[in-house]
Design a protein around this ligand. Structure first.
Ligand code: PMP
Length: 439
């Protein structure tokens, strides 16, 4: 009997034995194409020697030293490199162990910023209904995913949620795409005014919504209007790029494609590429200065902040993404995968929408393409898709319908950036097999 506390207590999973390039292998020797990089983590695939060598070298040097006493070379170099590639105005990096920690740090820093600058009455956070920001209590409160929040609702700080920007599901037939973007962005202004002009700390959003929606980018102009509203009311803009950042959408930061700069941005997943648990919260010079000139100390911290070995992994990964050209490769392969998916599934009677950016794609399933009616939740189509794709030797990330009970089941594809042209055919043919078995 296994003593591991699994994700689902009633399921039994194969044991992973090995990873090599774009494949994972179980103990029977069966190969699985890692079509979702786990959960958009394994951007370099498996067994990357440059990264494992960097980790080993760091372990031989010094595995860990607490940040109360020391900084470390890999942490300093990783922070320098992140800032060299970060959106304009972003100036400091706080290294943590994952995405929830990065978001937790972002929320606390935003609140402390207003305490330090004499606006302690600001206490509200606004986020979007279709979002996931992590599973710790602060991040969970911010996320809009109702079923995840429900059991813990008495423990969650109050956060209000506005509409997401989701053209396929949200745009009315009688409005243009840009009018739709402005309409949903303006919900932020209405919510700020409802809560009180000087009551809000931050607006939190994923530039391309990941797990809850299946790679949904906002329409053009949406984030520009959001930035404008935040500036008008002195509200900080926190972008959660835990899933969509680190090159996944074809640019290192997803926000680059929106033409805006956040005040705080969270990254994780692809930063460690699965080789070490690492995340980062990056903030603007303005926010850092407020802390520096105020109490001089960010009232937060975990034992493993700035962990040297995790930082060495992050530095090796980031070097491959940027200097090694893998972000550019992601953009090129992403365009090919997108057109392959459109060709193979664009006319499928039960596929309503194929969307995404870079190597980050969502496929949404519907019972009726005309009306966009989802399959009944009791059918649990996403679970059947997970089972059949896995059976076919393809890992993809499934999710049931969520938004306001209206969205269809979807699968998320987030393959490693090292994939080659032949892998596009492999993904498509395995998907075809699995979909034909389910529908
Ligand atoms: N934000 C987003 C957008 C995510 O997708 C995730 C993880 N799925 C998180 C935060 C939380 O990250 P972690 O699981 O590393 O804590």
């Amino acid at each position: 009997m296994s003593h591991v506390f699994p994700r689902h207590t009633k399921s039994s999973l194969p044991t992973v034995a090995k990873g090599d390039g774009v494949y994972l292998y179980d103990h029977s020797g069966k190969a699985y194409f890692d079509g979702s990089g786990g959960a958009a983590v394994s951007c370099l695939g498996h067994g990357d020697r440059d990264v494992t060598d960097a980790i080993k070298a760091q372990l031989d040097q010094v595995a860990f030293a607490h940040t109360s006493f020391f900084t470390s070379d890999p942490a300093e170099q990783l922070a320098d490199k992140l800032i060299a590639h970060a959106p304009e105005g972003i100036d400091r990096v706080y290294l943590v162990s994952g995405g929830s920690e990065a978001m937790e740090a972002a929320l606390k820093l935003a609140r402390q910023y207003f305490v330090e600058t004499g606006q302690p009455q600001r206490r509200h956070v606004i986020a979007r209904r279709q979002s996931y920001h992590g599973n710790t209590l602060g991040a969970l409160a911010t996320g809009g995913n109702e079923w995840r929040r429900a059991p813990f609702s008495p423990l969650l700080v109050e956060t209000t949620h506005i509409s997401p920007c989701f053209e396929y599901r949200g745009k009315r037939d009688d409005e243009s795409t840009s009018d739709y973007g402005l309409r949903v962005a303006n919900e932020l202004e209405a919510e700020i005014l409802r809560l009180g002009e000087d009551a809000v700390i931050a607006f939190v959003a994923e530039p391309v919504v990941g797990a809850t929606a299946g790679a949904v980018p906002a329409v053009e102009g949406y984030f520009k209007r959001i930035r404008e509203i935040c500036d008008t009311y002195g509200v900080l803009l926190i972008l959660d790029e835990v899933m969509c950042g680190m090159g996944r959408t074809g640019t290192l930061f997803a926000s680059e494609q929106e033409g805006i700069n956040p005040d705080i941005v969270a990254v994780a997943k692809g930063l460690g590429a699965g080789y070490q648990p690492i995340g980062a919260m990056l903030c603007s010079a303005k926010i850092y200065a407020a802390i520096e000139q105020g109490s001089g100390f960010f009232q937060h911290g975990h034992t493993y902040v700035g962990h040297p070995t995790a930082s060495a992994a992050g530095l090796a990964v980031l070097t491959k993404l940027t200097d090694g050209g893998l972000v550019d490769k992601c953009a090129v392969m992403g365009a090919k995968l997108q057109s392959g998916l459109m060709q193979a599934f664009g006319q499928h009677p039960n596929i309503g929408d194929i969307r995404g950016r870079g190597l980050f794609h969502g496929i949404e399933f519907v019972e009726d393409r005309e009306t966009k009616r989802p399959f009944a939740p009791e059918r649990a189509l996403h679970k059947a898709l997970k089972k059949e794709t896995f059976e076919a030797g393809l890992i993809c990330y499934p999710m049931g319908g969520t938004i306001d009970g209206k969205q269809g089941d979807h699968i998320l594809l987030a393959p490693p950036f090292i994939m080659e042209d032949r892998h596009i055919d492999e993904i498509i043919s395995k998907l075809q097999t699995a979909i034909a078995r389910v529908l």
